[in-house]
Design a protein around this ligand. Structure first.
Ligand code: AP5
Length: 219
């Protein structure tokens, strides 16, 4: 089943968790701009060196850098789940132009809705796998073996931008620069709100139901 979906929502809303589950379920690639940037930081590439200072501060990496990166990484425009992009109106317009050139319109944009106090708790308790990017939480979504990834057994780490101070900055950046995308996509008839403050399996079920009527169709 072909889907071309954007996951939109605050830091910590559960986009990455659901994108990994649903990409496997639909058999489409997951394109997570944060994961790609972190991989480049780890590998010390020129892109990683440029992006690191913005990420460490909780700020957005410049639009031109991100748009060029997505154009390189979007290798299968027939089906995808994009998580963490677009994050500004300029990125959304560039993405629309790219998809129009490719003749592959979005199926839907899912808006993950979670109250702010829960987001802070989720992010400060998050542990991630540096190898396959799986996301866990000490209380809400613990790994089967403490400190180890369920999928590959790698030792879990905490992200350097999940400190309380940087999380607050990331929330403010979301409100200023990314929240305007809600109206952008709503006005195009693409937006589907998701009650993402419920357990992981409930959120997955809601997304599957929401997409079942749209998959394979052009939004
Ligand atoms: P990025 O990696 O995209 O981070 P983010 O958007 O801040 O999102 P997160 O990864 O923090 O949260 P998530 O929604 O994926 O939540 P998760 O599933 O992990 O970006 C990082 C940085 O890169 C940015 O600050 C920026 O500098 C740069 N960047 C990236 N993209 C960019 C772009 N397009 N333009 C410019 N700069 C860009 O879940 C969070 C926690 O909650 C986990 O512990 C998880 O286990 C738990 N959890 C998940 N679901 C549930 C649930 N239903 N109930 C309870 N707990 C849950």
């Amino acid at each position: 089943m072909s889907i071309r979906v954007v996951f939109l929502g605050s830091p910590g809303a559960g986009k990455g968790t659901q994108a990994q589950l649903l990409a496997a379920q639909y058999g489409v690639p997951q394109l997570a701009t944060g994961d790609i940037l972190r991989r480049n930081v780890r590998e010390g590439t020129p892109l990683g060196l440029e992006a690191k200072r913005f990420m460490d501060a909780g700020d957005l990496v410049p639009d031109d850098v991100i748009i060029a990166m997505v154009e390189r990484e979007l290798t299968d425009a027939q089906g995808f789940i994009v998580d963490g992009f677009p994050r500004t109106i300029a990125q959304a317009e560039a993405f629309d132009a790219l998809l129009a050139r490719l003749g592959t319109p979005l199926t839907a944009v899912l808006l993950f809705e979670v109250p702010r106090d829960q987001l802070i708790e989720r992010l400060t308790g998050r542990w991630t796998c540096p190898k396959d990017q799986s996301s866990y939480h000490v209380a809400f979504n613990p790994p089967r073996t403490p400190g180890r990834c369920d999928i590959c057994g790698t030792e879990l780490i905490q992200r350097s931008d999940d400190t309380l101070e940087t999380v607050s900055r990331r929330m403010a950046v979301y409100d200023e620069q990314t929240a305007p995308l809600i109206e952008y996509y709503r006005s195009r008839g693409n937006l589907i709100p998701v009650h993402a403050d419920r357990p992981v399996s409930d959120v997955t079920a809601e997304i599957l139901t929401a997409l079942s009527g749209r998959a394979g169709s052009k939004a």
